[in-house]
Design a protein around this ligand. Structure first.
Ligand code: NAD
Ligand code: DAU
Length: 378
């Protein structure tokens, strides 16, 4: 049975992966290593914290001796490396943490794996899976073919540049030392436990609180959306069937312009409030509680510097080699996600603490976006 070390397991995708794994592979040892930055929340692991297979370790991936100790003590044979600074806007305001965690942190993990798996133990069966992003490929024009695994790297933000650097290090540890690695380059995830600084959860919690819905630039930038559970399944398949030294793109086949995506969420809100009168009582500041369309709160704001125009993913390799395809349609996934946020306000109110609020204040510098009509909270 595999024994997993999951870094960043208290974050959005990591915590979904931990729940997914313990559901699908009950009995496997699973250790989470997470520094609990603003993006990491133990509340996201509440459902698994009592499981005997599960252990949480509060620590930093840059702490190589700590990682080496865990690999030894827990006889880990599989690392799934999610831990990262993940928000493009934050990387524009302050790139240092991105270089530290995404580049040095990944290198620290690789060094520890090499030392314990290749030098100390000669562990023939091992896997270092690195979770990366489609942003390493840069930006597409409207008629360009989707990113495939041979698309040259052309990262445009400090975030994507740091992820590209980490991908190169992972590849080099395979080529030079023979570490058995795989890399997945995935498109935009969404789903439960997503920190409300990213477009989908931010839009949902702002709709519910009657706040403006910020759209950068002209709102015509395109992302390919993938439900987080499909991403977790993709990683599971790569661990089971992926070839060492290979990278695999994972996408949702659901390209959508930002404005259209936000409008879809607004329609979902309007319909949900019409169908369930209790929502108006729980979220009295939502426009839909007064019968007004949520889309009236859409507000165009200045563009993100260097904003990538379009991402799209060619999933042919992972489909052909491993049999992967996304299961959750964007319509079903958005409805499900909207419903999850209406039922888990304690979670999202809990993670939107003082440090998050300070970030929003510095980031937007636009008072109207900070208007709090949130009577439910006070
Ligand atoms: P997230 O920001 O929600 O979570 C990151 C987690 O890493 C948090 O729990 C945080 O506490 C932890 N962490 C940060 N620095 C750490 C450190 N130095 N040591 C230990 N733990 C640390 O991120 P996410 O959206 O869940 O993304 C997870 C991974 O997936 C990242 O590597 C990201 O680049 C990649 N990815 C994300 C998406 C997406 O749409 N969110 C898409 C493709 C790839
Ligand atoms: O493509 C994968 C990447 O997707 C991951 O590697 C990143 O970790 C993840 O954060 C995500 O990056 P994006 O920058 O695409 O996600 P974000 O949710 O921040 O923005 C999605 C789009 O919406 C993007 O075009 C910017 C736009 N946007 C975002 C916010 C937060 C807005 O228009 N308004 C907003 O308030």
């Amino acid at each position: 049975m595999p024994r997993l070390l999951v870094t960043g397991g208290a974050g959005f995708i990591g915590s979904n992966f931990v729940r997914y794994w313990l559901e699908q592979h009950a009995g496997d040892r699973l250790v989470v290593l997470d520094a609990l930055t603003y993006a990491g929340n133990l509340a996201s692991l509440e459902a698994v914290k009592e499981r005997s297979e599960f252990r949480f370790v509060h620590g930093n991936v840059c702490d190589t001796p700590l990682v080496e100790g865990l690999l030894r003590e827990e006889a880990i044979d599989t690392i799934v490396h999610f831990a990262a600074e993940s928000h493009v806007d934050r990387s524009i305001h302050g790139p240092d943490a991105f270089i530290e965690t995404n580049v040095f942190g990944t290198h620290s993990m690789l060094k520890a794996a090499r030392k314990i798996w290749l030098e100390e133990r000669a562990l023939a069966q091992h896997r270092f899976h690195h979770v990366s992003t489609d942003e390493v490929y840069g930006s597409l024009g409207p008629a360009d073919p989707p990113f495939h695994e041979q698309t040259p790297y052309a990262p445009n933000s400090p975030y994507s540049a740091s992820k590209a650097a980490s991908d190169h290090l992972v590849r080099a540890y395979h080529h030079t030392y023979g570490l058995k690695v795989t890399i997945s380059n995935c498109s935009n995830n969404y789903g439960p436990f997503h920190f409300p600084e990213k477009l989908i959860p931010l839009t949902i919690v702002n709709i519910l609180q009657g706040r403006p819905l910020p759209i950068y630039g002209d709102g015509r930038n395109v992302r390919d959306w993938l439900h987080v559970r499909d991403h977790c399944r993709g990683i599971d398949l790569i661990l089971a069937k992926g070839r060492a030294g290979e990278m695999y793109n994972i996408g949702g086949g659901s390209e959508c312009e930002n404005l259209s995506l936000v409008q879809r969420l607004c329609v979902a809100a309007d319909e949900a409030f019409r169908g369930d009168p209790s929502l108006a009582i729980r979220y009295p500041d939502c426009p839909a509680a007064r019968g007004e369309p949520a889309s009236a709160s859409i507000k165009f704001v200045p563009d993100r510097p260097g904003h990538d125009r379009r991402y799209a993913i060619d999933c042919a390799k992972i489909a052909r080699e491993i049999g992967y395809r996304a299961h959750v349609s964007l319509d079903a996934g958005l409805l499900d996600t909207f419903g999850w946020y209406t039922e888990h306000s304690q979670w999202w109110r809990g993670v939107m603490d003082g440090s998050y609020r300070r970030w929003i204040e510095t980031h937007y510098r636009d008072e109207s976006l900070l208007r709090t009509g949130d009577r439910a909270r006070s």
